[in-house]
Design a protein around this ligand. Structure first.
Ligand code: FES
Length: 141
């Protein structure tokens, strides 16, 4: 089940089904992300930019940012000529790096900047994102 945490300016969306528990969020911003606390996300102890930066380091895409208009405007002002990179992990997902807009089947857009893992094996329980099933299945490319 998807969970959302907000500071009024942005919301962090957490999808536990695809979380690979890399710990990047905790290592990068422990004041906000602390798995020993309930709730484990506290949006009121860091600046929005710091939270966005930490979420963008989420390898699996389990954490994402839902923006309000003000923050979207801020992101729109960033340079758009940045290169985007897609890497095929050995026997694993497509690793996207850059700035992307994901649009779901209902037309809801989520801006993701940083790294995202997309399923390449076809067995993820939460497509298009990798949920680690390829590892459990010992999938070979
Ligand atoms: S590549 Fe990871 S679940 Fe498919």
């Amino acid at each position: 089940m998807k969970k959302e945490y907000t500071n009024g300016e942005i919301s962090v969306v957490w999808q536990p089904k695809i979380c690979q528990h890399s710990g990047n969020c905790v290592r990068n911003l422990q004041s906000v992300f602390n798995s020993k606390r309930v709730p484990w996300v506290n949006m009121n102890v860091a600046k929005t930019d710091e939270i966005i930066s930490a979420v963008n380091k989420c390898f699996s895409g389990a954490l994402s940012i839902k923006q309000n208009q003000k923050t979207e405007d801020k992101m729109e002002n960033k340079p758009t000529n940045e290169m985007q990179k897609i890497v095929m992990a050995e026997n694993g997902p497509y690793l996207l790096e850059g700035k992307f807009v994901f649009v779901n089947h209902e037309g809801i857009e989520t801006i993701k900047e940083g790294k995202v893992a997309l399923c390449r094996c076809g067995n993820s329980g939460n497509k298009p994102f990798c949920d680690g099933t390829h590892r459990r299945n010992e999938w070979k490319a």
